[in-house]
Ligand binder design. Sequence first.
Ligand code: HAM
Length: 439
Amino acid sequence: MEKQKSFLPTAPYKGTRDFYPDEMRFRNWMFSVMRETVQSFGYQEYDGPILESFELYQAKSGEEIVQRQLYDFVDKGERHVAIRPEMTPTLARMVAGEVRNLAKPIRWFSIPNLWRYEQPGKGRLREHWQLNVDLFGVNSYRAEVEIILIADAILKKFGAPKGSYQIKVSHRGILDSFLGKTLGLAAEKSQAVSKLLDKKAKISKEAFEEEIKVLLDNPSKQLDLIYKYLDSNLSNVGDLLGIDPSSVEFIKNLFSDLESLGVKDQMEFDPSIIRGFDYYTGCIFEVFDTNPENRRSLYGGGRYDNLIGLFSNDQLSGIGFGLGDVTFKNFLEGHKLVPDLNKKNAVLIPIMEEKLFPEVLKLAEELRSEGIGVETMLEAAKVGKQIQTAEKKGYQFLLFLGESEVSENKVQIKDIISGSQNTVARAELISELRKSLLG
Ligand code: HAM
């Protein structure tokens, strides 16, 4: 019996995506809007290698990333390496390498592809693209003002309406003083409680209380304080005994500066914002879609004072955020903010007769040299079939070049959407097309 041929699967690796042209068009559009926005604030683009040494993440990325999510392996030269799960360590390494030569403040952005071994689900994949915007060399809250303004400007650039997103802000100084002083927890317990607080929204109240009681020395009193802390706002969080007043002051200043800039309505102090990475030292924030169908954060970020110190004695404070493409796409689709990306700003020229192919190429070249995009068919076929192809490819305009048009030095422009068909002189073609394509 003939052996059944077995085929390789066409599906990509679990938790990853193929970007067919439609998805690629979307991704390019989304990141071009972001790129334009951050460049308008003076940020410059950088990139680094996708593979880094394992130690780079071991130092400060946090246990969850390092032990559970890192794609790491030993290379053929016995080096322990990892595929980047985030950009911040690479950025810190690059800035540290040139720190004395770079003009401050350093304003950089990047759009890397990142890999995390996660359980794939809504808003979570094993690879994603992430816009990273970071600012180095400013210690005052003005750096936070700028970074949050950029986060907000990106959303506004996409036309996000008021109320469609929320920027939730806290401060590691507030959180750490609450855990260490208000609750009086030792460092190790502080870390475990903070992890649990981070998880709280994803588990039931009963499960949260059961898990946290094990970590507390005086559960009834401490649990009460935890709930008071989580319910607090910017005016009363400082009333809890032990909370660091300078961190509260920092956030108050930030809110007051943003008040006059039309961002404050979107902002909220939220003490339950934790951020999983160990490197954050100051203000921390996340941006959320208010659509309950898209619950994972759109952006996450914060200030990190000590990262550069991993590489030398230099000190330079950094602050920034990462914005992932997966949840952001859900946000744009959920709020109907995606324009018609399929419509092509170019024309298609069918082949009416095989012998006219050189004439078609000549016309196409003429138009391209004037900046008009042209796709030509490569074989003659029935007109109806060629129109169908043009429609499927997203063209609105076709140019017909038959024998009579060539001899009379004319071209027919067909608008597939309106159905109209116009014959124009070759000399007027370019200005006609510009009107049609831009209009
Ligand atoms: P992060 O919170 O891990 O921060 O990621 C930032 C954003 O990337 C998240 O809000 C989410 O939109 C997206 N994201 C993260 N993991 C996944 C995933 N597995 N699937 C889909 N989307 C994901 C950082 O990575 C920090 N390094 C950001 C930063 C830059 N902090 C300062 N500068």
